[in-house]
Design a protein around this ligand. Structure first.
Ligand code: NAP
Ligand code: GLV
Ligand code: GLV
Length: 337
């Protein structure tokens, strides 16, 4: 008998095909997430779950999951999952690191450049006829933005994605500062051309600040009013990590009152961001709908990684991207059906 897996959204086919060799697969076919009641019901019947960051895998859900042995998250971030509780219940949690690093670093750069050079505002200016109405053509003072080359880039969270962003910054001849809890080996710092500083120094000295930490109890609202006020009035803040790393209300005030110059945001405390949200009313912010890993290539690879994690577990092996290693003390990998 094959174990049963519930997949909470349509994934790229390459992954689903692999999974179905080992599992009886049920996919939630709609574009919108399964309602909470559906998820709470399904979880009672399945041995495995493929979750998205929009699915809350909390105590209430895990308490009902009497058969469940593994949650394979289709993302690298897993702040939607109560990992500690899953571990105590002997439930394996896996994620999809690495394959989305470049795509997400590319998007951080797209947002940085778009915010600095007012690309979205300028597109609108042309598209809506404003450019034509000025009657001028090229003008020395039109749409001036912020210079990027040679400036200082501050990276909060120098992990996989942070490092990929740093590597790209070399082409822009930038000075790189970084902050996280642990300092990188000196050799890697040299290779990246990055200097380790404390968070306040990074905020004070950087022209661009980009966030790449996971959302945890420690990083929740890590950038709030005090931190934003430390930044330069000409600085640009980019967030492709998680919305709640920034205090949104403080950020709106910072952008309105000119404590900082602009922002590029892919992630929000509230997703989807509702129409009319204060952020949507500001001209100096570029907004994207959580598309960091959204390339055809990357999404296909993420589905394959999810499949590899599920298949390894099914074979009684430790999944390659196990998040909660301590679970091995509670129960060995594999189903006993
Ligand atoms: P990673 O390799 O684990 O890097 C995260 C870095 O954050 C680590 O180097 C870590 O260093 C640092 N960090 C963790 N806790 C911290 C704290 N309390 N204070 C300061 N630094 C801290 O992760 P990644 O693969 O680069 O991914 C980073 C995050 O990006 C994910 O967790 C996810 O939320 C987000 N993401 C978003 C998208 C998107 O679509 N927008 C796509 C992919 C990923 P220390 O342990 O030394 O502190
Ligand atoms: C996307 O946000 C991810 O964490 O993979
Ligand atoms: C601008 O188009 C220039 O040629 O400088």
């Amino acid at each position: 008998m094959k174990p049963r897996v519930f997949v909470t959204r349509q994934l790229p086919q390459e992954g689903l095909k692999l999974i179905s060799e080992y599992y009886e697969v049920e996919v939630w076919e709609r574009y919108t997430p399964p309602p909470r009641e559906v998820l709470l019901k399904k979880i009672e019947e399945v041995d495995a779950l493929v979750s998205l960051l929009t699915d809350k895998v909390d105590r209430e859900l895990l308490d009902r999951a009497t058969r469940l042995r593994i949650v394979a998250q289709y993302a690298v971030g897993y702040d939607n999952i109560d990992v500690e509780y899953a571990t105590r219940r002997g439930v394996y949690v896996t994620n999809t690191p690495g394959v989305l690093t470049d795509a997400t670093a590319d998007l951080a750069w797209a947002l940085l450049l778009a915010a600095a050079r007012r690309v979205v505002e300028a597109d609108k200016f042309v598209r809506e006829g404003e450019y034509w109405r000025t009657g001028t053509g090229w003008h020395p003072m039109m749409m001036l933005g912020y210079h990027v080359t040679g400036k200082t880039l501050g990276i909060i969270g120098m992990g996989r994605i942070g490092q990929a962003v740093a590597r790209r910054a070399k082409g822009f001849e930038m000075k790189i500062l970084y902050y996280q809890r642990h300092r990188l080996p000196e050799e890697l710092e040299r290779e990246l051309g990055a200097k380790y500083v404390d968070l306040d120094t990074l905020l004070r000295e950087s022209d661009f600040v980009t966030i790449h930490v996971p959302l945890t109890k420690e990083t929740y609202h890590m950038v709030g009013e005090r931190q934003l006020r430390l930044m330069k009035p000409t600085a640009i803040l980019v967030n492709t990590a998680r919305g709640a790393v920034i205090d949104t209300d403080a950020l709106v005030r910072a952008l309105k009152e000119g404590w900082i110059a602009a922002a590029g945001l892919d992630v929000f405390e509230e997703e989807p961001l509702p129409p009319g949200h204060p952020l949507t009313q500001l001209g100096n912010v570029v907004l994207t709908p959580h598309i960091g890993s959204a390339t055809h290539e990357t999404r296909g690879k993420m589905a394959e990684i999810v499949a590899q994690n599920l298949i390894a577990f099914c074979k009684g092996e430790v999944p390659p991207n196990l998040v909660n290693k301590e679970v091995l003390n509670y129960s060995p990998p594999g189903f006993r059906l």
